[in-house]
Design a protein around this ligand. Structure first.
Ligand code: NI
Length: 174
């Protein structure tokens, strides 16, 4: 297992449409495990493969609380089968947008089909934080970021701040 560096927005690699996985083999399984380790190390609850520079349809999610048993989900080719008309607004963050949060409205319940780490096709109904987080991660696979759900004004404020922080960091590194 390895901790992979997480790409910070704005970055063209976060805007690509990712390719489906043929089957979950040892290589994809290793990617899933590395992603989970990287996500936990960064104290995140979800991570998508493009965030570590791999343009494949793979996401990991673990919304278990601090005092709960870990509940990692490893998903390849996740697909939305159904979404409730009812939406809920949750405060969202993203490991590619450190220190930025905003409320995003999404369907409160969804049914998702995916291939798990053992190459088994699974279908699960999700609600609450798990539904929000999984939809956020699935968006990443089509190059859609949570700020894309905000008004252009809010999105630009966040992106400008991130660009400034990046430039400062680059200047420090020289
Ligand atoms: Ni994200």
């Amino acid at each position: 297992m390895a901790i992979l560096p997480i790409i910070i927005a704005p970055d063209a690699r976060l805007k690509v449409k990712c390719a489906p996985v043929g089957r979950v083999d040892a290589e994809i399984r290793a990617l899933m495990d590395d992603m989970l380790e990287s996500m936990h190390a960064a104290r995140g609850i979800g991570l998508a493969a493009p965030q570590v520079g791999v343009p494949k349809r793979v996401i990991v999610v673990d919304v278990a609380g601090k005092d709960e048993e870990p509940a990692p989900l490893r998903m390849a080719n996740p697909q939305l089968l159904w979404a409730s008309d009812e939406t809920i607004a949750n405060e969202e963050g993203c490991l590619s947008f450190p220190d930025h949060y905003a409320e995003v409205a999404r369907p409160g319940k969804v049914r998702v089909r995916y291939i798990d780490h053992e190459n088994e096709v699974r279908e699960t109904e999700m609600e609450g934080l798990l539904a929000t987080c999984t939809q956020h991660e699935m968006d990443h696979l089509d190059g859609v970021l949570f700020v894309d759900h905000l008004s252009a004004l809010k999105r630009n404020i966040i992106l400008r701040k991130l660009t400034k922080t990046k430039k400062l960091k680059e200047a420090e590194a020289v």
